[in-house]
Design a protein around this ligand. Sequence first.
Ligand code: SAM
Ligand code: SF4
Length: 335
Amino acid sequence: MSCGTGPLVDAFNRRITYLRLSVTDRCDLRCAYCMPEKMQFLPRKEVLSLEELHKLGLAMIARGITKIRLTGGEPLVRRDVIELVRALGRKLGDGLEELTLTTNGTQLAQHAEDLAEAGVKRVNVSLDTLDAQLFQRLSRRDRLAEVLEGIAAAKEAGLKVKLNTVALKGLNEGEIPDLIAWAHRHGHEITLIEVMPLGEVEEDRVDHYLPLIAVREDLEQRWTLRPSDARSGGPARYVDVAETGGRLGFITPLTNNFCAGCNRIRVTATGQLFACLGGAEQVDLRAALRSTDPDTRLAEALDEAMRIKPEKHHFQIDRRGAEPAQPRHMSMTGG
Ligand code: SAM
Ligand code: SF4
């Protein structure tokens, strides 16, 4: 186990090297599976300041975090986010190996060059459909054109783009092969994700839950999928699609438990460290940061996080009307 200053190792001997840091809970879309239309956002004073986020990032790097992914909410709606990227980018090659972000892409066109200049090499962009009407139905906003511009701008700026697509029964289900072919034609990897029961939304997610085992079987009728050894250090499992020449990932939190290799922790925009996406175990880093002895309190809080990180999550989405596994939305914990 880690202690005070050493690397972060949890009670199951997993070395934690990957931080997903949410910089805001706000968003300019309202994806129906992610949040309600009338989502209540946090008062700004609750959210960590730029300086606090930076200090937290440095403390994590000092404890052996080598990869930081900024997320949200939508990270690019936070006005000073590029300053944070620049500040953390200075640690690249000095403890930090990778700085990246997950974005919905609506504002990527404005920021792609700045991100690349700050040392970002890859971005994940969420894209559930290429159909403008379905995009509006899914995200409750008419912004597909900006997202596609953002993806093109990122590529132009030299960033590698990985697309993330939530597979949704009866919604984008029929379009999945076209999305994969489109991604590969443009030189992007794409990963499919199962919808997870996080936070109350208007719809019952079980209605749109699409197990990826079924999607994969369907794709195998059409294409040759060759299992790939590629690993992102995360839960995705990859195949290479012979016919398109591109890579396809599957993240199956509900059908396939991937917790044994977990190397990550998540911090919300208010500085709550969640030891597991699907669990309630948390420590309050904001209280530590705002205390009179932030360095000691942060070190203690990180040690506590390693003690309480659970062995695995307990998601279930097979019951209609079931409570979400966790009351907090994905936009809160960061995807
Ligand atoms: N706004 C950014 C975006 O959409 O990429 C970053 C945050 S978003 C919460 C991160 C990822 O979580 C997105 O790819 C989104 O599709 C996914 N997501 C949100 N709610 C989800 C849920 N209930 N189940 C599965 N994935 C979800
Ligand atoms: Fe916003 Fe991302 Fe959630 Fe969609 S998935 S509402 S873009 S935070």
